[in-house]
Design a protein around this ligand. Structure first.
Ligand code: GLU
Length: 415
């Protein structure tokens, strides 16, 4: 099954199957762990600005809610389809189980390029989608969040539409604007989480406390990871976005770059650093590589040329299974997505808890709790990997699958 062509779903199922084999789980349990509980596909007609009507396809895949309500983002992307959404939903189940928060896994999507829609079209589409799936959502049922192509504004529209039907319900989504009950620190949390576990692994691998770091994809996840790495004493030597990257072996001035980008500057016009392509960036000399953009960027084509000692998967599934094997053979450690980017859903959990209690936490409390939760997740994976002599990914899935299986047993699904 190894290779770059393996679809995301097959790749996730392969990881789960390996964990099931290691744990000696019965076949009937296997199906309960893998099969999604419920899925919905919806045609979403909206009136476009030019007067025409267009029907978009929307999805919500609810993979498993044994350990808590379904939880997971909504992606607006041209490649979103049911199989892709299902794979991402499954990842969420194991992500939540691994960091031991009381959620199951789900994912939603609309097949659309949001940059091609006006704001009015985007609001109509988001509202239509919310109306189409509102009956399967709920604060104790399924709680969406942002993902690629969506943000806190999208969550505010979903919350508004859902509240129009069900009454004021801020806890129906996480990743909302802070003014509407969003949590302090939620936007930065996936990147911060990646940097927290990255630093712990760098220390355990003997790289030390000031690793050099390359970040591919300078969006929400990548930029907040870079800031947190720098805050903790690392040197970020290269970053990139879709237009290309910047490299300075002495370390980029991330604070100045952020201010420049916030003022509307393009990364390619930044005064500091040599220009590199996204492909070249992956192969730069550095201790830690953080692929934080999209799936499938580290493949069996380029895995042999990666120089980093540690890969921290800020994005979901940036490493193909073929590449994963090559990296393992070359002794390059990979902190898997279900650990490395779990910071987002961890602070989503804090946001949900704050909404339910109608109580607000300060940023310091959020960041401290995030640090503790991510550290516990990392320690569990590291210890399992040491004691069983397997990769971090394999350990992460074993821990998550075992927790899920235990909950399935306790709830009596197979009695
Ligand atoms: N979309 C994010 C993820 O893939 C966050 C999900 C959430 O907070 O529910 O982990």
């Amino acid at each position: 099954m190894a290779g770059d062509d393996m679809q995301m779903l097959e790749a996730t199922v392969a990881c789960v199957n390996a964990a099931i084999a290691e744990l000696g789980i019965r076949d009937d349990m296997r199906d309960v762990i893998i099969e999604p509980w419920r899925e919905l596909t919806a045609g979403l007609p909206i009136r476009m600005d030019d007067g025409s009507v267009k029907v978009f396809q929307g999805y919500r895949s609810q993979h498993n809610a044994t350990r808590g309500p379904f939880k997971g983002g909504i992606r607006f992307h041209p490649a979103a389809d049911l199989a892709h959404t299902r794979a991402l939903a499954m990842l969420m189940t194991f992500k939540s189980a691994l960091v031991n928060i009381p959620f199951g896994g789900a994912k939603g999507g609309i097949q659309v390029d949001p940059r091609k829609l006006s704001e009015r079209e985007l609001i109509s589409l988001t509202r239509r989608y919310t109306r189409s799936i509102n009956h399967i959502l709920g604060v104790s049922r399924d709680i969406p969040a942002p993902d690629l192509g969506t943000n806190s504004q999208t969550m505010a529209w979903i919350m508004d539409e859902y509240s129009a039907i069900h009454g004021y319900t801020p806890g129906i989504v996480t990743g909302k604007p802070v003014e509407l009950g969003g949590s302090e620190g939620r936007n930065e949390s996936p990147g911060r989480g990646a940097a927290i576990v990255g630093r712990l692994a760098a220390r355990d691998l003997g790289i030390g406390d000031s690793p050099t770091v390359v970040v591919q994809g300078y969006g929400q996840v990548g930029s907040s990871a870079a800031r947190k790495f720098v805050e903790d004493g690392a040197k970020v030597v290269a970053v990139s976005d879709i237009s290309g990257g910047l490299y300075n072996k002495n370390g980029l001035d991330i604070a100045t770059l952020d201010a420049f980008l916030a003022d509307g500057g393009a990364m390619a016009d930044f005064h500091d650093g040599e220009r590199v392509t996204n492909e070249e960036l992956l192969e730069l000399e550095a201790d830690v590589l953080v692929p934080a953009a999209i799936e499938g960027v580290i493949t069996s084509e380029n895995a042999g040329d990666i120089k980093a000692k540690l890969v921290v998967e800020g994005a979901n599934q940036p490493t193909t299974p073929g590449a994963d094997e090559i990296l393992a053979d070359r002794g390059i450690k990979v902190l898997p997505d279900i650990l490395a980017n779990a910071g987002g859903v961890v602070v989503s959990y804090f946001e949900w808890a704050q909404n339910i209690q109608q109580f607000r936490w300060g940023l310091e409390r959020v960041n401290n709790e995030l640090e503790q939760t991510m550290t516990a997740g990392y320690n569990a994976v590291h210890e399992h990997s040491q004691s069983h002599g397997v990769t971090y990914r394999s350990s992460a899935y074993s821990i998550a699958v075992e927790r899920l299986m235990r909950a399935i047993e306790l709830r009596g699904f197979l009695k």
